[in-house]
Design a protein around this ligand. Sequence first.
Ligand code: DAK
Length: 258
Amino acid sequence: MTYENIRLEHDGAVATLTIDRPKALNALNNKTLQEFEAAVKSLGADTRVLIVTGGGEKAFVAGADIAEMSALEEPQAREFAALGHRAFALLESLSIPTIAAVNGFALGGGCELALACDFIYASEKAQLGLPEVGLGVIPGFGGTQRLTRAVGRARAKELVFTGARIDAAKAKEIGLVLEVLPAGELLAHCRSIAAKMIKNGPLAIATAKRVIEQGADKDLGEANTLERQGFAELFGSDDQREGMKAFLEKRPAVFTGK
Ligand code: DAK
């Protein structure tokens, strides 16, 4: 499928989805969100890690498209909101690891897109923030909730109430991004992390992701029950048998995800 505002590239088991509308700093308009949703839906079982990044030199994603949003009537605004929620929920529902490679501005909906990934690596040029209150609205793609879970209530309130942009170093300091890389090394770093992941059992990673996500809002007892169940469920899978057999035979495992 050909897209206008995004690029989806496959390199073996690693897919890279680039939001690619640099003339508008990759702002998310209706078409871009539709293409994003279609691209995520198109990922097959052979894709084991998804990297999300921005095209051009300046931006990851500078937010929802303000020019397009400003002209929306209420019914279209509802459709736009529903599309955005669907697209972000789809991304979050993926059982594979998702990595945001934040290569520049990640503002508003762009910061929310990064937050909807499993984790964020940023280039030294990155700037992140949720400036929506300056536009008279609040983050609408899950930013208030995901940022709070990522950095705690006080930091999230500080960022949301001020609408301030923070640089990559500050974002790392508060735990919003995991690592800061020179711009030219960001994607290579993400790919090297992805390469480590795809050596491991896909079913085990999917189960680990599920229990981490589902357990995050539960008390420790309930959360550990989820882990116990997930652990037990993996026994009997081809991956579990192969992983342990390979260890005993002192050879690399060949996982099939079954
Ligand atoms: N939308 C549309 N166009 C944008 C844009 C955006 N968010 N950000 C930048 N652009 C465009 C600029 O208008 C400019 O276009 P031309 O004038 O060249 O035609 C081009 O990209 C280059 O931008 P600048 O000339 O401004 O570049 P600078 O380097 O000077 O500044 C900047 C870069 C990122 C600081 C600045 O562009 C900026 O402040 N951009 C806006 C950032 C922002 O406020 N983002 C948050 C948007 S609000 C919802 C869910 C979610 C949302 C909404 C609803 N529902 C569920 C209903 C989310 C809302 C948002 O994300």
